[in-house]
Unconditional design. Structure first.
Length: 575
């Protein structure tokens, strides 16, 4: 019998030493990953396993929903690879998956299990809630066609976390993108330049959030901005009120839906005003301390819409910031007031809230009866004088206590009128044969516009109380005014055109007889005589059925005047 000896056998009852394991993805396969965007694949890599005896023969991996479990995928052998890629799964978003690995040596010893710390399936991108047009406040319109600005609130991501944003400008009018998608990193404000935006088109900002495993979230859109380059209409019917230390302007409101505000311009130049105040209503206080109460201030208004388009200027108003003053008086104070002109209009530079009191004083009256009302339409005080004007009177009007629209009280206002001369029908401030003829003609024709009496007072400042009756009181009033006129006025030589036959003038002793033709309606006879040696006496004033006769003699001047008007001729002429 022979003896045989083997080369020996090593008893190996020791399991391999375990190593370490990582969750990896296509994005990163060298460091441990916490999230994967894959819906089907799990990946892992391991290292550090060893066996000093029989050696490692193979590895097995499994997958579970907890560490060291394989309840999702049972142990599956792999050769000596230290990396596994398995796309046989249906991964659920938000679930955590654990890959476990063990080594088997050549005699079947199995190492301890190692397990990853888990990887979460992340299939959803970040989400946002608010995107706005504009650089700080949301806008609906803009007039810039070259630049767009937008911003958004920080996005949220429930799993792997926000990595960056991508944005693009979208034309919702044409349903097309104006720009390509760009990455803003984590900036939430963008300004896009070098654009050619189309007027009347609406542009929206589109934003996507990108998470750490490169999931792109849903597009968040702004509500859009309309490119509006059309200016509003200019404001209409600008009105300015001026007072001491105050200017108030108002106008009709614009109706544009995108109206933002109004700009008020003012200055001392007719053609160049500066913007002084913005108003969000159709009125404004427009006074500046630098304005002078002796300079005209010119104002106008423009309308500005939300995008910033500004209208052309409104109509212009102007005035002086001073207390109310009289702009004009109707009738003009340089004109004579006639008997029927009992209405006086005092026009002021601005509206009044209190017309105060009006008083009069004149040669004939200590005070006159008045009625005053305010006319808002033309900012005037209307004065109605209810007493008749006195003849050749000087009437002083005094207005006091006037308060303008701003609450400022004006200084006392005074103005003076001169009234007509009673009996002076042709308004030449002399009463002569022409007026005598008019008086007789009015009498004959019952035209009471020529009536004079009765009167009160003294010549020439008679106060008439006309009663539509021609009688001796009218003759007396005319006579006294005729004599006043001749006594106070210069007595010029009258020149008449030579018409008809020469008058018959004869002397009968001490009498001079002038024979008038039958067709004469009135006569004027002036006789100049040597005052140092002669004198002339007339028949005096006389009223008969056929005539009114007036005579006047000035011994100082050496002149005798006789004027007569004939009833009968006027009656014949009328008939």
């Amino acid at each position: 019998m022979s003896t045989l000896y083997g080369d020996g056998i090593i008893i190996d009852i020791t399991a391999p030493n375990h190593g370490s394991i990582l969750d990896i993805t296509d994005l990163e396969n060298t460091t441990d990953q916490n999230y994967t965007s894959s819906t089907t694949a799990l990946q892992a890599s391991w290292s550090g396993f060893s066996d000093n005896l029989s050696g490692i023969a193979a590895y097995e991996y499994g997958v579970g929903n907890e560490s060291f479990t394989v309840n999702i995928k049972d142990w599956t052998i792999v050769p000596l690879d230290t990396l596994v890629f398995d796309d046989s799964f249906m991964l659920n978003n938000g679930n955590t998956y654990y890959v476990s690995v063990r080594a088997i040596d050549f005699v079947g010893n199995i190492s301890n299990i190692i397990s990853t710390n888990g990887i979460v399936a992340d299939h959803e991108g970040p989400y946002g809630s608010l995107a706005s047009d504009g650089d700080s406040l949301d806008i609906d319109r803009q007039n810039n066609t070259e630049t767009y600005s937008g911003y958004w609130s920080t996005f949220s991501d429930d799993l792997s976390g926000l990595l960056s944003y991508e944005y693009a400008l979208y034309n919702s009018t044409t349903s097309s993108y104006t720009t390509n998608w760009e990455n803003s990193n984590i900036d939430t404000v963008v300004s896009i330049t070098d654009l050619t935006l189309l007027p009347d088109n609406v542009y929206k900002l589109h934003i996507q959030g990108i998470d750490s495993v490169l999931n792109a979230g849903s597009i968040l859109s702004s509500n859009g901005v309309l490119v509006d380059v059309s200016a509003p209409e200019e404001p209409q019917s600008l009105v300015g009120w001026f007072s001491k230390n105050r200017i108030y302007v108002t106008w009709e409101p614009n109706t544009e839906e995108d109206l933002a505000y109004y700009k008020v311009y003012a200055g001392t130049s007719l053609t160049n005003q500066n913007s002084i105040v913005d108003s969000y209503t159709h009125e404004a206080e427009a006074y500046l301390d630098e304005f002078s109460d002796s300079e005209i201030i010119y104002l106008n208004v423009t309308a500005v819409d939300i995008p910033g388009n500004e209208s052309i200027v409104s109509n212009q108003v102007s005035g002086i910031p001073q207390a109310a003053k009289i702009n004009k008086i109707i009738p003009d104070t340089s004109a004579t007031l006639f008997k029927d002109q009992n209405q006086i209009s005092i026009h002021f530079s601005q509206p009044l809230t209190n017309i105060g009191s009006t008083a009069t004083n004149s040669i004939a009256y200590s005070a006159m009866n008045l009625e005053t009302v305010y006319s808002e339409s033309d900012t005037s005080i209307q004065i109605s004088v209810t007493d008749p004007w006195a003849s050749l009177d000087t009437v002083l009007f005094t207005l006091s206590g006037i308060v303008d629209w701003a609450g400022n009280t004006t200084d006392e206002k005074k103005f003076t009128f001169t009234t007509y001369l009673l009996g002076d029908y042709n308004q030449d401030f002399a009463i002569d044969v022409t007026d005598l003829s008019s008086f007789v003609s009015g009498w004959v024709n019952n035209d009471f516009s020529y009536e004079l009496g009765p009167v009160t007072g003294t010549a020439p400042h008679f106060i008439p109380s006309r009663n539509e009756i021609y009688d001796l009181r009218d003759v007396m009033a005319f006579s006294r005014m005729w004599h006043y006129s001749h006594e106070t006025n210069e007595l010029p030589l009258l020149a008449f055109r030579a018409d008809g036959p020469e008058l018959s003038v004869t002397q009968d002793g001490h009498n001079i007889v002038v024979q008038l033709p039958d067709q004469a309606s009135a006569s004027h006879i002036s006789i100049y005589y040597p005052k140092d040696s002669k004198t002339i006496n007339g028949a005096g004033n006389a009223e008969t059925e056929d005539r009114i006769h007036m005579s006047y003699k000035s011994e100082d001047e050496g002149i005798f005047i006789s004027e007569t008007a004939f009833f009968e001729f006027i009656k014949r002429k009328r008939n």
